[in-house]
Design a protein around this ligand. Structure first.
Ligand SMILES: Nc1ncnc2c1ncn2[C@@H]1O[C@H](COP(=O)(O)OP(=O)(O)OP(=O)(O)O)[C@@H](O)[C@H]1O
Ligand SMILES: [Mg+2]
Length: 270
């Protein structure tokens, strides 16, 4: 059974999508079968993995997959071991569907359809992933920067959560709220979902302010913080531009994530 890992925090620009894409790439290159599920309407991890704009996937995304209860049909093959269920702007209609059962069918002619569901709202992604869990070793879910329906669905479907912590005060404040949301998700989830670690990201080597935030979170969650601290690096920043295939600086962009990868694999087991 594939292990489902959500990368999240209800805070923008903390490296959720970048880390999801890189982790998926490293796992797949290590011979693991990986599915990435994009639960963010920005479609950033979709673009990172496919090198095309997320709008290419209009009508062929996670929005349709969950509502039509069909995972296989909406899987896009990225490489031998790496699959993706993409997202685009229209995932912003997800909450509307959850609350009204109304979906927008996107094709040559745009129309509305009533698509009811059974069970709880937050379980719908979990129910979908049950169809493909045994096809993969890992399923990674990228989430939006808010505590939305997409985020709670991802938490409920997960076995593990990686919290992304960009070293700043606002991020520090976001963590307890996120942990609280996880406790609420646990009440619905059929999985023994747990935080596998907090990854400190986007540290600027030229600035000393990161240290106080790095230390504060390590003091609060000594067993959860990964030892690896990810720094801001030009080649990593350029990754969405040059992509994950045919990128001459790929090794440099990914190098600092390899230690994090080792720590993660040690924590969750092979
Ligand atoms: N280690 C890094 N070094 C340099 N740039 C980085 C690094 N990690 C991420 N970035 C850049 O920082 C920005 C934010 O990263 P990313 O989009 O992954 O964050 P996010 O948490 O997914 O954002 P959002 O909340 O909008 O979904 C992006 O422009 C990304 O390319
Ligand atoms: Mg993102």
């Amino acid at each position: 059974m594939g292990k489902v890992i959500t990368l999240g925090l209800q805070k923008g620009g903390v490296s959720k999508s970048t880390t999801t894409g890189i982790l998926a790439y490293l796992l797949a290159n290590d011979g693991k079968r990986v599915l990435v599920v994009d639960m963010d309407s920005q479609g950033n991890v979709t673009e990172l993995l496919t090198d095309v704009t997320a709008n290419e996937f209009i009508g062929r995304s996670i929005y349709e997959a969950v509502i039509y209860k069909d995972a296989e049909k909406y899987i896009h093959k990225v490489s031998d071991n790496l699959d993706l269920i993409p997202a685009n702007n229209f995932l912003a209609l997800y909450s509307r569907w959850i609350y009204t059962s109304k979906m927008i069918v996107l094709g040559e002619e745009v129309r509305e359809e009533i698509m009811p569901y059974k069970g709880k709202a937050e379980e719908q992604l979990d129910i979908l992933l049950d169809q493909v869990r045994d096809k993969y070793d890992y399923i990674l879910i990228d989430t939006p920067p808010s505590l939305s329906e997409q985020t709670s669905s991802a938490l409920v479907a997960s076995d593990y959560i990686i919290v992304l912590y960009e070293c700043s005060k606002f991020c520090y404040s976001a963590i307890p709220n996120f942990m609280e949301s996880l406790e609420i998700a646990k009440e619905v989830s059929s999985h023994d979902v747990e935080v596998v670690g907090i990854l400190r990201t986007l540290n600027d080597k030229r600035r000393s302010d990161s240290k106080v935030f790095n230390d504060a979170i390590a003091e609060d969650y000594p067993d959860l913080v990964f030892k690896t601290i990810i720094t801001r690096k030009a080649s990593t920043g350029r990754l969405p531009f040059y992509g994950l295939s045919d990128n001459p600086e790929l090794n440099d962009a990914l190098s600092q994530f390899k230690e994090f990868y080792q720590e993660l694999v040690e924590r969750i087991g092979e």
